[in-house]
Design a protein around this ligand. Sequence first.
Ligand code: PRP
Ligand code: HPA
Ligand code: MG
Length: 165
Amino acid sequence: MSLPEKAFPVSWDQFHRDARALAWRLAGINVEWKAIVCITRGGLVPAAVISRELGVRLIETVCIASYHDYTEQGELKVLKEITPSLLENEGAGVLIVDDLTDTGKTAAIVRAMMPKAHFAAIYAKPKGRPMIDTFVTEVSQDTWIYFPWDMGFTYQKPISEDHRG
Ligand SMILES: O=P(O)(O)OC[C@H]1O[C@H](OP(=O)(O)OP(=O)(O)O)[C@H](O)[C@@H]1O
Ligand code: HPA
Ligand SMILES: [Mg+2]
């Protein structure tokens, strides 16, 4: 297992703020969203915040799994498809929400299902960024984002000890 060089830990507070910031950007687009399609599981959390802020009550899931053994991406599996009524008109008026885009492979699969939908994620890495429409914060490709739902409290080594040759 190879660990990305840099760590970007996100607290619940910060995630809530960033999800709200994404909602502000989406509100500025001035589209009346038909529905939110969130990509499980990571997209469920920002979708809860964004649906509340934008007043969207129709929430659908598309269930995709790809990362196994922590940071290793395997074959992408679509475990549940999107309800056909939202696929009409190539997904125009639908808002797709995920927690992040990394290689862009997950976003590419969902985009292909609804080419006219708007794709929003909280965080983006450079490879995935061209696949999505709106995001809040970009981190470098060699950074791993640690989400609050995956974390617990542990001892942290002083930074100086990490840099000792
Ligand atoms: O841009 P990509 O390289 O495709 O990676 C991004 C996807 O990876 C993670 O999901 P994961 O497949 O780990 O499932 P999860 O949401 O259930 O944690 C994340 O939530 C994104 O959906
Ligand atoms: O940086 C990441 N953090 C958490 N999950 C992920 N899935 C793909 N990339 C990441
Ligand atoms: Mg995911």
